[in-house]
Structure formats: structure tokens, C-alpha cells
Design a binder for this molecule. Structure first.
Ligand SMILES: *[C@@H]1O[C@H](CO)[C@@H](O)[C@H](O)[C@H]1NC(C)=O
Length: 420
């Protein structure tokens, strides 16, 4: 009974569908750059049976996407096999061959990471030439092909494909490791499901886990519609899409960091503010403080910050209070002059530095707050400082984000990944 109740309740508690908070689309550009096109150490193997391999030609590797499966890989190479002919004397066979395999894209169950697994490795002989007398050629070569090459070459070449995949699979290893956001918490890029392959790209959906330092998880607000990539990116290119809901959850980690007491001239290079600055437009202040006193501005953000995105424009919404106080002599509490309920609309500019997403703020023209006091300028410098921690981006296949071009689209930020 209890179990049934739990099942019913748990069913209600878990969302029907995990909304991905981030999407990654990998085009052929990334695949062709990665080690999938490397064939390391192919010259190191010997086929046994007294034969030696030399002069392995630099492999030419062609990749293509197999929808629903993964990547088809064809390695074209050539080599010279030498050994003793059964008639005595040295024998040299120059073979040109293709090694083909399908690298199925799976999700490693234990680690939850994407994983390629090669299937159906085959060696196709494209041409065979020998230095044996030509009158013996057909018989000897045919016999040799049947008895040796077809048996020996797959065992010789297919492990090279597997070795490459082991290497590539290791390059996903950090993908779902927790990455710190300053001292405030961590982000984990957890896969929503097994990555999907289409004719043009591989797509990886993430349900990122945003966790506060003390362990609580910040839930992502459910997106109204399914996240989708705009379709206007070049064929074969790669993109990363981060939803506004995900960025909002990340900034919730920083909510407390936005609380600030602005008093010193330590923020930016602006001169210190005093009651005299305010007296210009609040005459009562001039009366109460004939001698200028330094001002303290206290910001308290009392709701989690929110990020919104419309094509070409992103805003950070901060709700809270702004209190201006006059400082007093040491040991005495400052005196409150006024307190405002505030809603700051801060315009965000995105960039990438050191593989982290950076945000810079500026006051939006439509912001509800318009203030002549220079303290506001300090405030925005301060917000920018808070945001400088940067937000970690998924770490996979040695991706370098620093050349990415950023676009704000509806409800998401797209990083168009340019490769070096
Ligand atoms: C070998 O691979 C190359 C490159 O993919 C291809 O053009 C060629 O047709 C292949 N040859 C055979 C015999 O499969």
C-alpha cells in the first residue's frame, strides 16, 4: 500500500518530461577535427607468420553520419608487407586497403557519458601488387589473399579503430563533472538521453544540474516550448544552445553576491559620493547635513535573478531594495535617508573568456530606475564584478570556445562554435 502511494506521489513529483536546459549540435567540422580522423601507431603492428609491415601510408579518413546510429568511418591506407617467399627469397606485397566500421553512438550506462562503440569492422582490399615473378602471380597471390591477408588484416587493423575510439571516448570524460561557479555552487552537464544522430549532425541534449554550495539543487523553470536551434547555421557547423531558464538557474547561485553596500571608492574610478551629491536634488538632505557625510548605498536582492531573451537582446532582472544612508562616525550605525523598492533591468552582453561564458551589464534605457546619483554607476560596475566569475561551458573533445560567435535568440543564447 505504502509503495503504491509512493509510486503515485513520486509520479506526480517527477516532471513528465525533462526539459533540456542546453543543447549541443556537433557537425562534421568537429568530427573531422577530432581524433576520429587519427589512426595512431598503425605502423607498429606486425601480422605475424614471419611477415613484417613497413611503409604504412598516411591514412585518409572519411566520416559520414548514419542517422539513428552514429558515424561511418572509412580509413584508406596502404602498406608493404615483407617476408620470406615459400620458394625462398624475399617477397614484398604492396596492398592498398580500406578499413570500414560503424561507430555507434551510445550512452555509457555507468558514467552517463556519450560513448562510441565500433561495429562491423571490415577490411576491403583495393589493390595488391607483389615482386614475385609474374607467371606465378595469380595462383600465389590468390592463395596468399585467402590464407593470410583476409584473415590477418582485420586483426591487424581493426584494433587501430578501437584504439582511436578509446581515445575519443576519454575526451568526453569531464563532460558531466561538476564545475564551480566561483564559491557559490556547481554546474553539471548531465545528458537528458542518448545523443541522437541525423544525416547532418549529432545532437546532445543536457538537463544541467545547478547545485548550491551547501547541496541544494536549483530547479530549472520548465520551458513553455521545446528548445530548438534556429535553422540558419551553415551545414556541417556546430553550435551550443543555453536556455534562458538554465542561465536563470545559474544566476540564482549568485543572488546573495548581488547584495552590496556601496561606500568606498573601490568600485571603478568614480569619486566618493556624499550627502552633498544628493542635496542637489533633495533639499531636505542639505538642511539635515550642512557638513557633507559619505553616502552608503545598500542593495538587497530579495528574489532570484531572472534572465530573459528576445532576438538580439537579453536582460537580467533584479528585484529588491535600494537604501541610501548617511555614514556616521566610526562605531555609529549609518542613518537611512530613503528606501526604494527596485526592479533593475540590466542589459547583458555575452562573451566567452577562458572557456567560460562572461556577462557584462549596462543599464537598460527602459529600466524603472533612473537616478542621477553616481552611485548607480558604481552599482552596475559592481554587478559586472559579481558576474565576472563566468559560467562554465560543457567540457568535451577539447572544445575551445574562445572563437565562438554568440547570438541571442528567442529564450536562448546560441554559441556558434568556430574551430581553430
Ligand atoms: C575505398 O575508400 C575510398 C575512400 O572512401 C573510396 O573512394 C573507394 O571507393 C573505396 N574502395 C573500395 C574498393 O571500397
Amino acid at each position: 500500500m505504502l509503495r503504491i502511494l509512493c509510486l503515485a506521489l513520486c509520479g506526480l513529483l517527477t516532471p513528465a518530461r525533462a526539459d533540456p536546459g542546453a543543447l549541443l549540435r556537433l557537425g562534421m567540422d568537429v568530427m573531422n577535427r577530432g581524433e576520429l580522423v587519427g589512426l595512431r601507431g598503425a605502423g607498429g603492428w606486425g601480422p605475424g607468420q614471419g611477415l613484417k609491415v613497413k611503409d604504412v601510408k598516411l591514412p585518409v579518413i572519411t566520416l559520414s553520419f548514419v542517422p539513428g546510429v552514429g558515424i561511418f568511418q572509412c580509413v584508406s591506407t596502404g602498406m608493404t608487407i615483407t617476408g620470406k617467399s615459400f620458394m625462398g627469397g624475399n617477397m614484398e606485397i604492396i596492398v592498398v586497403l580500406n578499413i570500414t566500421a560503424t561507430n555507434r553512438l551510445l550512452q555509457d550506462e555507468e558514467m552517463g557519458l556519450p560513448m562510441f562503440k565500433s561495429e562491423g569492422c571490415e577490411v576491403i582490399l583495393v589493390s595488391v601488387k607483389t615482386n614475385l615473378p609474374s607467371n606465378m602471380l595469380p595462383k600465389v597471390v590468390n592463395k596468399f589473399l585467402d590464407s593470410t591477408l583476409h584473415k590477418v588484416l582485420p586483426g591487424l587493423m581493426c584494433p587501430a579503430i578501437d584504439a582511436v575510439l578509446v581515445y575519443v571516448n576519454k575526451k568526453w570524460a569531464n563532460l558531466n563533472a561538476p564545475m564551480p561557479v566561483g564559491q557559490t555552487g556547481t554546474i553539471k552537464y548531465v545528458l537528458t538521453a542518448i545523443p541522437t544522430t541525423t544525416a547532418n549532425y549529432i545532437q546532445v541534449d543536457f538537463s544541467p544540474v545547478v547545485r548550491q554550495q551547501r547541496g541544494d539543487t536549483i530547479q530549472l523553470a520548465a520551458a513553455g516550448e521545446a528548445l530548438e536551434f534556429p535553422e540558419d547555421y551553415a551545414a556541417g557547423s556546430s553550435q551550443l544552445l543555453l536556455s534562458a531558464a538554465f542561465l536563470t538557474a545559474e544566476l540564482a547561485l549568485l543572488q546573495k553576491s548581488f547584495d552590496v553596500n556601496v561606500q568606498d571608492a573601490t568600485i571603478g574610478k568614480l569619486p566618493p559620493q556624499t550627502t552633498e551629491t544628493l542635496a542637489g536634488f533633495i533639499p531636505e538632505v542639505a538642511e539635515a547635513y550642512p557638513k557633507p557625510k559619505p553616502l552608503v548605498t545598500q542593495i538587497r536582492i530579495n528574489k532570484p535573478p531572472k534572465v530573459t531573451m528576445r532576438t538580439g537582446k537579453s536582460l537580467l532582472h533584479l528585484h529588491g531594495t535600494l537604501e541610501v544612508l548617511a555614514a556616521r562616525r566610526r562605531g555609529k550605525a549609518p542613518v537611512s535617508l530613503f528606501l526604494l523598492e527596485t526592479h533593475f533591468n540590466v542589459k547583458i552582453q555575452y562573451s566567452v573568456r577562458e572557456d567560460r561564458l562572461q556577462m557584462a551589464t549596462s543599464l537598460d534605457r527602459n529600466s524603472l530606475i533612473k537616478c542621477r546619483a553616481g552611485n548607480l554607476k558604481r552599482l552596475f560596475l559592481y554587478f559586472s564584478e559579481v558576474l565576472q566569475v563566468g559560467l562554465p561551458l560543457p567540457d568535451f573533445l577539447d572544445m575551445n570556445y574562445n572563437l565562438a560567435e554568440l547570438h541571442v535568440v528567442e529564450n536562448a543564447l546560441v554559441l556558434d562554435l568556430k574551430l581553430d
